[in-house]
Design a protein around this ligand. Sequence first.
Ligand SMILES: [Zn+2]
Length: 113
Amino acid sequence: MHEMSIAQSILDIIFQESQNHKVSRVLSVSLKLGELSAVQSESLRFCFELLSKGTLAEGAKLDIERVQVTCQCQECGSKFTVQELVFTCPSCNSPKIDMLSGRELSVESFEGE
Ligand SMILES: [Zn+2]
């Protein structure tokens, strides 16, 4: 499962950081999740819960922020948010666009003690 390996890599980051900061228990984790990363928040929560059992991250609260897909048109320079995955410029209909955000999958911060 896609979410399982993502949950594992999130935990790897947390374990590494916990060691660096001498954290013995993780309370909450803030994640940024791009709409295009194709990750279901609920199934990510489920996998995280499963994998964190018995670790210092057990019971940690997952704070998931969804990041919208934003693009910039190469022709007219307008920036826009992609709705329903239509990748053309709403101003000039050009298909030549650059993606600015939407693929994020990152651990922004976490709280521990
Ligand atoms: Zn345009």
